[in-house]
Design a protein around this ligand. Sequence first.
Ligand code: AMP
Length: 275
Amino acid sequence: MQRYSLAQKRQGRTVAVVPTMGFLHEGHMSLIDTARENADVVVVTIFVNPTQFGPNEDFDKYPRDLERDRRMCEERGALAIFAPEAREMYPADSSTWVQEEKLSRGMCAKTRPTHFRGVTTVVAKLFNAVLPDVAVFGQKDAQQALILCRMVRDLNFPIRMIIAPIVREADGLAMSSRNKYLSAEERVNALSVSRSLNAARARLEVFPGADLDGLKQEMAAEIQFSGGRVDYIEILDAATLEEPTGDSGRLLIAVAAYYGATRLIDNVLMEKKRK
Ligand code: AMP
């Protein structure tokens, strides 16, 4: 992988990487489009990274279809796929981690305490393999995007980070490889996530001083009424992931909820208006 990238760069081309876990959908394709607009050569990495899954999570049954992914990448103009095996990525006695320690505490980390350590470690390793000038990630994983931007800054990776907007199904469901797990009924019920996010944003746009705890309770009620089980609902400063203050520029409204055994995440960003 390094030889390929170095050869491209020697010929004066810039390289963008789009890291994924495969089972690609239109959300991933939009990242490839953005990557193409920002570099000459797009490399898609496809790696279901064992170190970011907890012991009772879906690593073994995470959907995989490399041949379909390969076709989709080719059609969209990605020039290379890097799809290593776990044993190629992690030597058996691998003992080094990359860990961000501030943004990786709340939200998803509460129920997935070792998740972001796995993400930062594997993305650092993918960066070292692909040697990209540009990296494109999705706002769908809002906390992950912030943590990775922090890692790039703190560790001086010479990489320009681009965070691309969330791509949704026509009815509002955020696209995700995990949507495949949903039964027809759960698929309908899961719309309560984007509905509750939009309702909260609309309310805050009209009433910037609305009580955030009350708003979160209303969101929880909507999700529970539709058969979802809330993991978390947060309304936070979008830059720090802390409680919003008078100075907060943008707000992140974020949800994680289970429908059956499937955990979905979604979020909206909004400018904070003066009260
Ligand atoms: P994943 O394969 O789920 O690990 O996602 C790989 C990349 O695609 C991450 O940067 C995600 O944030 C991004 N991504 C996943 N779903 C979407 C979506 N619906 N819209 C935009 N980006 C997405």
